[in-house]
Design a protein around this ligand. Structure first.
Ligand code: AMP
Length: 183
């Protein structure tokens, strides 16, 4: 099984939680652009201040910022035998940038976590993060539908997508992910 992985799915699908456990088990870094941006916000950097304004609306932070963050992260030593990208790429231009960063070897698998929209809204509101208001959630879902969901087709054409039912308890979903990755 290759260890250059993407996890895709709507906001609130539980990607972050699944990704954390999976990465610990596989011994690869969990590269979450959302988490990296939140670290900047907490540290009060200029980038963090800039990003927070956008994150609080549910829109996407500029491609240039996240692409630079990912390029720098994947170049580090601990990413040499694999990684799991969570929350990136979010649109077609980020997907192209990722192809350029990766060059020939590319991505091994894309895990697509499927969760119906009604369930997502309920889950996100229960999570209670500062960008988790009803309004922001609606924007994030719209952004996902319009910009991120089309990437599934792109990776499907490359035969990389492994679909997983994201409804259920965390260990059950994790078990499904491990199963599809082992296929
Ligand atoms: P997440 O933790 O992945 O839900 O991301 C939280 C917020 O961070 C998103 O709503 C965006 O505002 C921003 N963000 C995270 N990843 C990206 C990305 N790849 N491109 C642009 N903005 C992002």
């Amino acid at each position: 099984m290759g260890r250059r992985l993407l996890i895709l799915g709507p906001p609130g699908a539980g990607k972050g939680t699944q990704a954390q456990v999976l990465c610990r088990a596989l011994g690869i870094p969990h590269v979450s652009t959302g988490a990296m941006l939140r670290e900047h916000v907490e540290a009060g950097t200029d980038l963090g201040r800039l990003a927070k304004e956008v994150m609080d609306t549910g829109d996407l932070v500029s491609d240039a910022i996240v692409v630079a963050m990912v390029a720098e992260r994947l170049a580090r030593e601990d990413a040499s035998c694999g990684w799991l990208l969570d929350g990136f790429p979010r649109n077609a231009s980020q997907a192209r940038a990722l192809d350029e960063i990766l060059g020939d070897r590319g991505i091994d698998s894309v895990v697509m976590v499927d969760v119906p929209e009604d369930e997502i809204v309920a889950r996100v509101l229960a999570r209670g993060r500062s960008d988790d208001t009803a309004e922001t959630t609606r924007t994030r879902l719209a952004v996902y539908r319009e910009q991120t969901a089309p990437l599934v087709e792109l990776y499907e054409q490359r035969g990389l997508v492994r679909r997983v039912d994201g409804v259920g308890e965390i260990p059950a979903v994790l078990c499904r992910i491990v199963e599809v990755l082992a296929e």
